[in-house]
Design a protein around this ligand. Structure first.
Ligand code: HEC
Length: 403
C-alpha cells in the first residue's frame, strides 16, 4: 500500500511538473515570437499608442494583436506567472523525492569519494540556489548583456565541473537544468512580476507608465528565453546515461548549453530580420559536434588496490569483477558494450559499496542482472553476494524512480 502510494506520488509529481513546464515554456516561446514578429501598424489601430501589431491564424480562426502602451486602466489585463511557480514547486519536490530522499542511491557519485549523502544534499541545494545570486548581482550591476552571457558561461562551466565531481553522472546534468530553471523562476518571481505590478499600479493611478519597469521585465524575460533550451536538454539526460557518463561530462553539458544558446540567438535574430544567419548555424553545429565528441571519450577505468581488501571483500570484489564489471566498467570487455550500461561502474570495492542497494535490487531481490545470466554467475556466488549485502545493510530500492 505504501509502495503504491509512493509510486503515485512520484508519478503525479512528474505529471504536474511536465504540464506546468510546457505551459510556462509554451507561453514564453509564444510571447517571444509575438514580440519579435510584430511590425509597426499600417492602418488605424484599436488602441492608442500601438507599438506593433501581428496578424495570425490558429485553429481555424484569424487573430489580430496589438502591443500598446496603456493610457487608461484595463480591468482584464491577464498575467502569466502561475505555471512558472508551479514548475518550481513541483521541480523542487522531485529533486527532494528522487535525489535528497534517495541521496545514497541516486545522488552520490559511485566512486567511493569522500562525498557522503548529507554532503551531497548540501551541494545539491548549493548548485540549485547559489548561481541565481551571482546572475542577479551581475544583472543589477550592468546592462551589458554580452557581459552577462560571459559570466553565465563561466557559471555553467564551473557548476558543471563541480556537479560532475560531487554527484552521480545521472544527477549531475539534471542539477544544471535545475540551476538554470531556478534562475528562470526567480527572474519571474523577483523581477518580472514585481515590475508588472508597478506598471499596473501606474496605469491604475492614471500616471504615465515607466519605460524603466518595462525594460527591466523585458530583459529578464528575454534571458529566460535563452535558458529554455539548455534546461530541457539537461532534464532529459536521465534517459540517456551514455551521454552523461564520460571523462569530460562537464564539457559535454557546457558545450550543449552553448550550442542551444546560439541556436536560440539565431532564431530570435531571424524573427526580427527575416534573414537566416549561416555563421551562427555553423557555430551551433560545431559546438554540438564537439559536445558529441567529448561524450565519446570514456571515463578512465579505476584500479582497485587488492592488498587493501579483507578476505570477504576480496571474494565479493572477485565475483563482481568477473560477473558484473565485464559490462559495468568505464571500458567494458563485453562485446557490444562501448560504455558502461546505464552509466553504472562497478570497478572498485568503493563502487560496489556505494551501489549496494541497487546491486541487491537487481541481483538478489530479482535475477535481472547479469542479464540472461550471460556471465554465468553461480548460485553459490549469488549466495555469497547476498550474505555480504545483508552484512552491509543493503535493501531493495525502486530502480525506476530516477527515469
Ligand atoms: C552483459 C552485460 C551486463 C552484465 C554482465 C551485467 N549487467 Fe547490469 N546492466 C546491463 C545493462 C544493459 C543494463 C541496462 C538495463 C536497462 O537499462 O534496462 C544494466 C543495468 C544494471 C543496473 C541498473 C542501473 C540503473 O541505474 O538502472 C544495475 C544496478 C546493474 N545493471 C547491476 C549489475 C550487477 C550487480 C551485475 C552483476 C551481478 C550486472 N549488472 C551485470 C548489462 C550488464
Amino acid at each position: 500500500m505504501i509502495d503504491i502510494a509512493w509510486e503515485w506520488l512520484g508519478y503525479l509529481g512528474r505529471w504536474s511538473h511536465v504540464i506546468a513546464a510546457i505551459t510556462w515554456i509554451g507561453t514564453s516561446f509564444y510571447f517571444n515570437w509575438l514580440d519579435l514578429s510584430e511590425r509597426p501598424p499600417k492602418a488605424p489601430t484599436l488602441k492608442p499608442n500601438v507599438v506593433g501589431e501581428v496578424h495570425e491564424m490558429h485553429g481555424g480562426s484569424f487573430y489580430y494583436h496589438e502591443r500598446y502602451w496603456p493610457t487608461e486602466d484595463n480591468p482584464r489585463t491577464l498575467a502569466h506567472s502561475g505555471p512558472a511557480q508551479l514548475t518550481f514547486v513541483t521541480g523542487i519536490f522531485l529533486v527532494a523525492y528522487i535525489y535528497w530522499l534517495g541521496a545514497g542511491v541516486f545522488l552520490v557519485p559511485g566512486s567511493g569519494s569522500a562525498v557522503t549523502p548529507a554532503l551531497a544534499i548540501l551541494c545539491s541545494a548549493a548548485v540549485i540556489f547559489l548561481p541565481w545570486f551571482v546572475y542577479d548581482f551581475v544583472c543589477r550591476h550592468t546592462f551589458d548583456d554580452e557581459l552577462v552571457t560571459m559570466v553565465m558561461a563561466v557559471v555553467v562551466v564551473a557548476t558543471s565541473y563541480f556537479a560532475t565531481q560531487v554527484f552521480s553522472s545521472r544527477a549531475a546534468f539534471v542539477h544544471i537544468g535545475a540551476m538554470l530553471g531556478t534562475i528562470m523562476v526567480a527572474n519571474v518571481h523577483f523581477v518580472i512580476v514585481p515590475n508588472h505590478i508597478k506598471m499596473r499600479g501606474q496605469v491604475k493611478a492614471g500616471e504615465p507608465v515607466s519605460d524603466t519597469f518595462h525594460k527591466l521585465a523585458k530583459r529578464r524575460s528575454q534571458h529566460n528565453n535563452y535558458f529554455t533550451l539548455p534546461v530541457i536538454f539537461a532534464m532529459l539526460s536521465v534517459h540517456f546515461p551514455l551521454v552523461s557518463t564520460n571523462e569530460f561530462a562537464w564539457a559535454t553539458i557546457s558545450l550543449v548549453c552553448a550550442a542551444a544558446f546560439i541556436l536560440r540567438l539565431r532564431k530570435n535574430r531571424y524573427l526580427v530580420t527575416e534573414r537566416k544567419d549561416r555563421q551562427l548555424a555553423v557555430l551551433a553545429a560545431v559546438l554540438m559536434g564537439l559536445a558529441i565528441a567529448t561524450s565519446a571519450i570514456p571515463a578512465k577505468p579505476k584500479e582497485q588496490d587488492l592488498a587493501s581488501l579483507d578476505p570477504v571483500q576480496s571474494e565479493i570484489f572477485g565475483i563482481v569483477s568477473e560477473r558484473c564489471a565485464i559490462c559495468h566498467s568505464a571500458a567494458p570487455k563485453m562485446e557490444g558494450f562501448p560504455s558502461p550500461p546505464a552509466g553504472l561502474r562497478l570497478e572498485t570495492m568503493a563502487d560496489i559499496t556505494a551501489h549496494k542497494d541497487m546491486i541487491f535490487t537487481v541481483a538478489i531481490a530479482s535475477d535481472l542482472m547479469p542479464p540472461g545470466n550471460l556471465t554465468e554467475m553461480t548460485e553459490e556466488e549469488r549466495k555469497r553476494l547476498a550474505d555480504w549485502l545483508a552484512s552491509v545493510g543493503a535493501r531493495s530500492v525502486d530502480m525506476d524512480q530516477n527515469k
